[in-house]
Design a protein around this ligand. Structure first.
Ligand SMILES: *[C@@H]1O[C@H](CO)[C@@H](O)[C@H](O)[C@H]1NC(C)=O
Ligand SMILES: *[C@@H]1O[C@H](CO)[C@@H](O)[C@H](O)[C@H]1NC(C)=O
Ligand SMILES: *[C@@H]1O[C@H](CO)[C@@H](O)[C@H](O)[C@H]1NC(C)=O
Ligand SMILES: *[C@@H]1O[C@H](CO)[C@@H](O)[C@H](O)[C@H]1NC(C)=O
Ligand SMILES: *[C@@H]1O[C@H](CO)[C@@H](O)[C@H](O)[C@H]1NC(C)=O
Length: 398
């Protein structure tokens, strides 16, 4: 190990611990918390007030969320929604510290606008993703895209390489295993507390492909809210270390827990940091020797680097993307219709009810609101453009 490597690893694991508590769908990303400190000093005094007056007076529009209201498409509403979109565009450029209430107000307004899929916007955006990143061919490491005898460069520690010899090569699927691509309807399920009592489970289970993050619970009472169907679930190496003790004494518990995911793929960032590799291979070996139905896949580090570059050009300057945004980006390429559930980085709902950080624990988010994660703003923009749909509240009763 390089000098300083140990210190780096220590700092990294401390931050990881912190982040586990912080994020709704975190990636294993030591420097993730930079998100909250990268605040622009730009002086935008007054814009917050302007924002509030977009709908002034705010109370004049009744807070109805039934579809009848949305289908009315009154000319005033359509006009307001158009304005909202352009106002948001310019506001998103100014990253002064807005309060959580400011953002929730924006989302309340967004929610009132009818959502319609915009095929042209979608095709456009998908084409851009395809040309930068090409999830369809290269989102996971396969024998096709990673020939024997080549080297893989790590995503983050990109000066470091790992040679592809027989022993590794055999862990990879021959080609991308998404045989039914393109999928019609996809659900990307984050772990936000907003899903608690959402009754979104039935809707999620109807999707053709369901993505989930970091081995979340999907059994018992949770399934009403989050469904149980799972086609792909990400695994942060830290959960293997912390919750399953590196698959030593907790191996049986691990196998029991993953048996709930049917024949889903378990997706690991094996080649993002060198520290991820051994533990990811351990997961692979454990599944293989236990002859379970789930299969292990590895994120391709090149794909993730290209994706990070793509989002950086859109202003997402975080050190590393969250797995939520990675998966949402993959979904846009793999699916015709994408809906996001459980993405809500706030401490309360639009109705001011407190929400826990995850749907499966009672931890409240940390007090104080630093900066709207830039990633979430991107998701809101995709929603506003009709490229994907974000579910902000409870799912409607059938
Ligand atoms: C939808 O909301 C409107 C306005 O509040 C109300 O008049 C109508 O009855 C509601 N429709 C349904 C189906 O709930
Ligand atoms: C943000 O600002 C940059 C330059 O300041 C401009 O080129 C870009 O169009 C702006 N984006 C939006 C969405 O307004
Ligand atoms: C892979 O890396 C090794 C060691 O750094 C180097 O000798 C070899 O030429 C590389 N192979 C390829 C195909 O780049
Ligand atoms: C499920 O919910 C019921 C009532 O809402 C409760 O009594 C029960 O303990 C819950 N079960 C679990 C496993 O949380
Ligand atoms: C879910 O919401 C209920 C109240 O509606 C609350 O009692 C419960 O603690 C919440 N569960 C979690 C995990 O936050």
């Amino acid at each position: 190990m390089r000098p300083g490597g140990t210190l780096l690893a220590l700092v990294a694991s401390l931050m990881l611990l912190l982040l586990l508590r912080l994020l709704w769908c975190p990636a294993d990303t030591p420097a993730r918390s930079r998100l909250s400190v990268e605040e622009s000093r730009e002086d935008t005094r007054g814009t917050s007030a302007a924002m509030r007056t977009i709908w002034s007076p705010v109370t004049s529009v009744p807070l109805t969320r039934n579809s009848t209201y949305l289908e009315e498409k009154s000319p005033q509403l359509t006009e307001k929604c158009k304005n909202l979109q352009s106002d948001l565009k310019s506001l998103f450029n100014k990253t002064r510290r807005y309060s959580e209430d400011d953002y929730i107000q924006i989302i309340t307004n967004i929610q009132r606008c009818p959502w319609r899929r915009q095929a042209e916007e979608y095709e456009n955006f998908r084409a851009k993703l395809a040309s930068c990143c090409d999830a369809v061919q290269s989102f996971v490491v396969s024998q096709n895209n990673t020939p024997l005898g080549t080297n893989i460069s790590y995503e983050v520690e990109n000066k470091r390489q790992i040679p592809i010899r027989e022993n590794l090569f055999h862990m990879f699927p021959v080609t991308q295993p998404f045989v039914n691509y393109p999928y019609n309807q996809c659900a990307v399920v984050g772990n936000g507390g907003i899903l608690n009592k959402s009754l979104c489970g039935a809707e999620i289970d109807k999707a053709d492909f369901v993505f989930r993050c970091n081995l979340p619970p999907i059994t018992g009472n949770a399934s009403k809210d989050v469904g149980s169907k799972t086609n792909l679930v990400t695994v942060n190496p830290s959960i293997i270390t912390l919750k399953y003790k590196n698959l030593k004494e907790k191996k049986a518990k691990f196998l029991e827990d993953i048996s709930n995911y049917g024949d889903a793929f378990l997706l690991l960032p094996a080649f993002s940091y060198r520290a991820n590799t051994g533990i990811s291979f351990k997961v692979y070996e454990t599944l293989k020797e236990s002859k379970v139905r789930q299969k292990v896949l590895f994120f391709h580090p090149m794909y993730l680097r290209h994706l990070a570059t793509f989002w950086r050009t859109k202003g997402v300057t975080a050190y590393r993307l969250s797995s939520g945004l990675m998966i949402a980006s993959v979904a846009v390429e793999l699916c015709e219709n994408v809906k996001l559930y459980g993405f809500w980085p706030f401490s309360k709902t639009v109705e001011e009810t407190p929400v826990s950080h995850h749907y499966y624990d009672n931890k409240l988010p940390k007090r104080g609101f630093h900066q709207m994660p830039k990633e979430y703003i991107q998701m809101l923009q995709l929603h506003m453009k009709g490229i994907l749909k974000v579910q902000f509240s409870k799912c409607e009763m059938p």
